[in-house]
Design a protein around this ligand. Structure first.
Ligand SMILES: Nc1ncnc2c1ncn2[C@@H]1O[C@H](COP(=O)(O)OP(=O)(O)OP(=O)(O)O)[C@@H](O)[C@H]1O
Ligand SMILES: [Mg+2]
Length: 227
């Protein structure tokens, strides 16, 4: 009777043997958010790729220590819902948001939305920074479906993983901003967003509205250049 499912076997009068499968599925379903913070996760698992970073190799929070509290406020166990980082140039904001993406894929899988100022920039960011983020960290590589041209689970603007999906889009695309509910939202370079996404209004409000169904614990990280 090989090749039959537990259910087939039970219907065929055999003793139920799927208890291990059931236990595993149940445990996966009730696994709480990991007790790790985003900075701890990054120090343990995050690698910076040479094509994406001035200092390739292991990510070290102590290299940008002012980002530690900001990253830890992005962790699921923190009570903050919206974290706004007013920043200078090149201080590690995008990497902090990418650490949040890595953490979500590895430890807190939920739907996530990452927004760049335009769809063109979102595509470039996906190729230059998100693909290496996933490929260079063994903790992520095995969780995201491999990219194949006809595999809808992994495209330039969406990465599917067990329990969640990362949707990437531009603040100039109302369709992209409306595409999915999202518990985690990363709004990068908000100062460069257009005043309105197509004709549909403020892109930040459109993006944040994606988290309404997660009203108990949505998490939104803005990075914004100080003018
Ligand atoms: N903790 C870190 N350890 C090592 N390198 C880092 C760290 N944080 C950031 N970097 C590197 O510093 C550079 C700038 O980082 P990042 O792009 O995240 O900054 P940013 O504030 O988003 O910059 P921008 O103002 O251009 O948007 C990148 O090459 C990045 O890989
Ligand atoms: Mg940046």
């Amino acid at each position: 009777m090989s090749g039959l499912t537990s259910r087939d076997r039970v219907q065929a009068g055999e003793a139920f043997t799927g208890d291990q499968d059931l236990l595993r599925a149940w445990a996966e379903g009730v696994t709480p958010d990991a007790d790790l913070t985003v900075s701890e996760w990054a120090d343990k698992y995050r690698m910076l790729a040479s094509r994406a970073s001035a200092e390739p190799g292991r990510y070290r929070t102590r290299r940008t220590p002012y980002m530690r509290d900001i990253m830890d406020a992005l962790s699921p166990n923190h009570s903050a819902q919206r974290i706004v980082f007013m920043k200078a140039a090149q201080v590690g904001a995008t990497e902090a948001g990418n650490n949040m993406i890595g953490f979500v894929i590895a430890h807190a899988p939920r739907p996530m939305l990452a927004v760049q100022p335009t769809v063109k920039l979102a595509k470039r960011n996906s190729r230059q920074r998100i693909d290496p983020l996933i490929e260079e960290s063994a903790a992520l590589r095995n969780k995201v479906r491999p990219s194949r041209s006809r595999d809808v689970g992994n495209t330039m603007l969406s990465k599917e993983f067990a329990g969640g999906i990362l949707i990437m889009t531009g603040a100039n695309s109302a369709v992209g901003l409306r595409s999915t509910p999202a518990r985690y939202i990363f709004l990068d370079e908000v100062d460069a967003y257009p005043a309105s996404a197509d004709e549909e209004g403020d892109p930040v409000s459109l993006a944040e509205a994606r988290s309404l169904t997660f009203a108990h614990r949505p998490r939104c990280f803005w990075s914004q250049r100080q003018q």
